[in-house]
Design a protein around this ligand. Structure first.
Ligand SMILES: [Fe+2]
Length: 238
């Protein structure tokens, strides 16, 4: 399995505080059968702390640790990019990191009740510059208003959707779980990722549990598509 949204790097954002905890997250992920993780610290925090090189260095250190410990898991460079007026320019300059330096970019919509014209403009601007947005956890965001039509429209306009494993598992409440299931029923989910923030507790690695859930409810082809095939395309596609 591939996890395209994970805050396992330490001291960069609201993820783990120590590199030891990062290593525990890596170990737990390995035990769940995950063999590739995209490291996605919040861009805003990384840039404010001038920590882009630290991000790259930590990815390298985790990969070394993985080899030494025979975890059979690889970590790749990415960011969770809040969508704002600066994102497109920063991405084109290579300051905002895309998914493994490719053409796909993990984008976090603004936390607002309703999306304004800027939201749609900024997504289009990314696309006009050759980037394909993977929208992070729409099922948890008020702006989507539990509205599958809005998700479908955005997908029809070339955006992809990533929902969170914890949402499928009910960790963010019944309403989020219901909306997640609705999106899965309508086949509007491209990727499920963990959005792991810590080694234990509610925001720990739980991708395998969501995989089992999707496998049971929607069958093997769908589970493979959402947890393996599409994530692989996003990680290595150009
Ligand atoms: Fe996140």
């Amino acid at each position: 399995m591939i996890d395209l949204h994970n805050h396992l790097l330490s001291g960069l954002d609201d993820g783990p505080k120590t590199f030891s905890e990062s290593k525990i997250i890596l170990e737990k992920s390995s035990k769940q059968g995950i063999n590739r993780i995209l490291a996605t610290p919040h861009r805003k925090d990384v840039l404010e702390n001038q920590a882009s090189q630290s991000l790259i260095d930590q990815v390298e250190l985790l990969n070394q640790y993985s080899i030494q410990s025979e975890l059979n898991i690889e970590v790749y460079v990415g960011m969770e990019n809040h969508l704002d007026t600066t994102l497109c320019e920063l991405a084109m300059k290579g300051i905002a990191f895309t998914i493994n330096y490719g053409s796909y970019i993990l984008v976090e919509p603004p936390y607002t009740d309703n999306f304004d014209d800027d939201f749609y403009f900024q997504l289009k601007e990314l696309q006009a510059n050759g980037l394909i947005p993977l929208i992070a956890h729409p099922e948890r965001m008020k702006g989507f208003d539990n509205n599958p039509n809005l998700i479908e429209t955005l997908k029809n306009h070339g955006n992809l959707m990533q929902i969170t494993s914890g949402s499928v598992l009910g960790k963010f409440g019944a309403e989020v779980k219901t909306f997640s299931n609705e999106l899965l029923d309508l086949d509007l989910v491209d990727v499920i990722a963990s959005d792991t923030h810590m080694s234990t507790g509610k925001r720990e690695q739980d991708l395998i549990d969501a995989y089992e859930c999707v496998l049971f409810e929607y069958g093997k082809d769908r589970a493979e598509k959402i947890f393996k095939k599409l994530p692989e395309m996003l990680l290595f596609g150009n």
